[in-house]
Design a protein around this ligand. Structure first.
Ligand SMILES: NC(=O)c1ccc[n+]([C@@H]2O[C@H](COP(=O)([O-])OP(=O)(O)OC[C@H]3O[C@@H](n4cnc5c(N)ncnc54)[C@H](OP(=O)(O)O)[C@@H]3O)[C@@H](O)[C@H]2O)c1
Length: 251
């Protein structure tokens, strides 16, 4: 299946983990993609692994830096043409603990990347013509932490709840030109989530009806679906990807 033949995509935070899996899937299905992340060497190696330089470009920088966003979108204009797809994937969780114990400077840092940057990427992408072609779409990578209480990662959960609400708001405002959806994964085996399962993977996996942790490909397939024309009448939705974790009966 090559659902993205002729499409141009930007995926933020795509040098490893979920973002890289999404970029790889889009390239596999025919898209030309720009990857971003902060570490330039790792980013270049990742881009080279998933496709040739005429199909896979990359720009190193911070997703919450306006100058970086401008250089990514200028590159799209110059080298690739019409922008069709945006994946707001870059996200952080620099703090562990209850919401009332988090420092305000850390709150701002989390919100800047996990929420404000997604808004800014969406706004800048629209200004660069996202949705001018056929099939414009945005997918935001939220988390189940934004849908339930999340002991230990409380404020991260607040930020992902805001990202889910932003998805709803933008879906309404940008329709019918651009569809906007989100995914809410549970624990996916990446560097980011290691702290949640390292040394006790079997025990954590046993808490999911599907009896294993997620892997990046469990997210990239659903994201590709939401970006594709197969989801052409779906907007404003958040798709839970959690191995059945949210359907466990209350005991
Ligand atoms: N893994 C999970 O269990 C899980 C579950 C639910 C949701 N999520 C969400 O999924 C997204 C990706 O997480 P992941 O698990 O794939 O993480 P990961 O493996 O740590 O990868 C994060 C990627 O984002 C880049 N990045 C980090 N900070 C950035 C910044 N300020 N600007 C630009 N790029 C940045 C990293 O590269 P550099 O470090 O070089 O910048 C890397 O490419 C996040 O939004 C996360 O909240 C993850």
């Amino acid at each position: 299946m090559r659902r993205f033949e002729g499409d141009v995509a930007v995926v933020t935070g795509a040098s490893r983990g979920i973002g890289l899996a999404i970029a790889e899937r889009l390239v596999f299905e025919g898209a030309r993609v720009v990857l971003t992340a902060r570490d330039e060497d790792v980013l270049r190696q990742a881009a080279a692994r998933i496709g040739p330089p005429e199909r896979v470009l990359c720009v190193a920088g911070r997703a919450d830096d306006p100058a970086h966003r401008a250089s990514v979108l200028d590159l799209v204009d110059r080298e690739l043409g019409q922008l069709d797809l945006l994946v707001n994937n870059a996200g952080v969780n620099p703090a562990y603990g209850p919401a009332l114990e988090i420092e305000v400077s850390v709150v701002r840092k989390i919100l800047d990347l996990n929420v404000v940057a997604a808004l800014e990427w969406s706004r800048d992408a629209m200004a660069h013509g996202l949705g001018d072609g056929d099939g414009g779409a945005i997918v935001n990578i939220a988390s189940i932490a934004g849908l339930t209480a999340s002991p230990g990662i409380a404020f991260y959960g607040v930020s992902k709840a805001a990202l889910i609400s932003l998805t709803t708001q933008l879906a309404y405002e940008l329709a019918p030109r651009v569809r906007v959806n989100a995914v809410a994964p549970a624990v996916i085996k990446t560097d980011f989530a290691k702290v949640l399962y390292a040394g006790r993977e079997e025990q954590v996996a046993a808490s999911y009806p599907l009896a294993r942790l997620g892997v990046p490909a469990d997210v990239s397939g659903p994201v590709a679906f939401l970006l594709s024309r197969d989801a052409g009448w779906i907007t404003g939705q958040t798709l839970v990807i959690d191995g059945g974790g949210s359907i466990r009966p209350v005991s």
